[in-house]
Design a protein around this ligand. Structure first.
Ligand code: NAD
Length: 429
């Protein structure tokens, strides 16, 4: 009996459903088949261009020497330098980094910005590491990657458990090796160190812009639109703040430790203050506590999952009662859930479109660094809006033209653009 035969089918299904690489490949296969991409091109687009594994020796604060493993995957460099974040987490795997790198390729292609896709990760638990240890890990990881990254090669950014401080260390280490300051090697830096105005709000702002475009299709106005948001961090919190300022009714916020509801719309600024003071969104006096497990499945106009991957699955998708699903998080919906959502007629704004505001303003940061000339926030926001609206319209037009759902359309559009670049450049041999 093989290992697979000895494992119950339900467990295999769950593992396959939750494996990010399997999910990325399933969506790739569907889009490639619908596009009629030939087998050779499918092989090219499916394979990462380069993968690097590094083992990083680091002195810990107590004098011990530890070795951490780091990855960097450049999935595609056909349309420009690789672009994508670096995450620090104990459960980072090469497969996960590969999947995330390919998503970045498709995301940059959907928004038509001149980047390929990349992703990196270091296997470590930041909650157990001091700032000094994190700095030494970051600098040694950067030094190991030195020949593989750069403004024209591969431009990292923050991801899970990395932030603008991490980017400042990477930029400094890279610049020390280069012997001159090279800010464009990473994005997501502090504004005073070559970062872009509007970057920290960009992903949430992008979610609001595409939701606004989707509303027009339902004849809805923000003031009459109920929104449920899962996750009150960078993406969810910023979406909530900007959408509530724009008049949307944010009726519910769902976090890992509770959910709060107010039928007339929550006061988001007050909820942020409450969480800052108490450490939780629960027991907010401007709303009522509701069951967090059920909160995502209440009737609403817009559901915006902005916490983590795999929250809408084949097991719960049938319970959704929203008109529009705007995927702020990466991979919140498993590929097994896609057909269930399609049957329900929910209008999906897929993650590679919905949360692409972040990478779009990262692109602006890279442009500004290379120009050495910085834009005001209004210009950043205006240009972000242009790109988000154009990308939304391109995906929806593609869906209508080819008779497919928005997610498949977004992948088809992206694959088509990358395949075009590969074909026009030709295969160098
Ligand atoms: P974050 O850590 O700032 O926020 C995530 C929030 O979700 C936290 O408040 C956390 O407590 C909450 N959360 C975690 N698990 C939860 C659960 N099971 N139920 C409810 N809430 C839960 O992270 P972020 O930067 O906002 O990223 C969120 C998602 O968006 C991730 O999937 C990320 O990859 C994606 N994303 C982020 C950006 C960006 O610019 N930050 C860009 C594109 C995509």
């Amino acid at each position: 009996m093989t290992v697979a035969e000895s494992v119950p089918r339900a467990i295999l299904d769950t593992e396959e459903e939750f494996n990010p690489l399997a999910s990325a490949e399933a969506r790739f296969d569907e889009a490639a088949e619908k596009l009629g991409l030939d087998e050779g091109m499918q092989k090219v687009l499916r394979s990462p261009a380069r993968e690097l594994i590094v083992h990083i020796p680091v002195s810990l604060d107590d004098g011990r020497l530890e070795v951490f493993t780091g990855y960097r995957v450049q999935h595609s460099i056909a349309r420009g330098p690789a672009k994508g974040g670096i995450r620090y987490a104990p459960d980072v795997t090469l497969d996960e980094v590969r999947a995330l790198a390919s998503w970045m390729t498709w995301k940059c292609a959907v928004t038509n910005i001149p980047f390929g896709g990349g992703k990196g990760g270091v296997v470590c638990d930041p909650s157990l590491l001091s700032p000094g240890e994190l700095e030494r890990i970051t600098r040694r990881y950067t030094a190991e990657l030195f020949d593989f990254i750069g403004p024209e090669i591969d431009v990292p950014a923050p991801d899970m458990n990395t932030n603008e401080q991490t980017m400042a260390w990477i930029m400094d280490t890279y610049s020390m090796h280069k012997r001159h300051t090279q800010t464009a090697v990473v994005t997501g830096k502090p504004v005073d160190l070559g970062g872009s105005r509007g970057r920290s709000e960009a992903t949430g702002r992008g979610c609001m812009i595409v939701t606004g475009e989707a509303l027009k299709r339902f004849g809805l106005e923000p003031a009459h639109t109920r929104v449920v948001i899962q996750g009150f961090g960078n993406v969810g919190g910023m979406s909530a703040r900007l959408m509530s300022q724009a008049g949307y009714k944010i009726v519910c916020i769902v976090e890992w430790d509770g959910a709060v509801y107010n039928a007339n719309g929550l006061d988001i600024a007050a909820l942020m203050k409450h969480r800052k003071e108490t450490g939780s969104i629960a027991d907010f006096e401007g709303g009522e506590n509701i069951d967090r497990e059920q909160a995502m499945f209440q009737e609403t106009d817009v559901l915006l999952p902005a916490a983590r991957e795999n929250v809408i699955t084949s097991h719960n998708a049938s319970k959704l009662r929203c008109k529009i699903l705007c995927e702020g998080a990466n991979g919140p919906t498993t590929h097994f859930a896609d057909p269930v959502i399609a049957d329900k007629g929910i209008f999906v704004i897929p993650d590679i479109l919905a949360n692409s505001g972040g990478v779009t303003v990262s692109y602006f940061e890279w442009v500004q660094d290379r120009q050495g000339y910085f834009w005001n926030e209004q210009l950043v926001n205006t240009r972000l809006e242009e790109i988000m609206v154009d990308s939304f319209n391109a995906v929806v037009a593609y869906a209508e033209k080819h008779g497919v759902h928005n997610r498949t359309a977004a992948y088809m559009l992206a694959l088509d653009r990358v395949a075009f670049a590969v074909k026009m450049r030709g295969i160098y041999a």
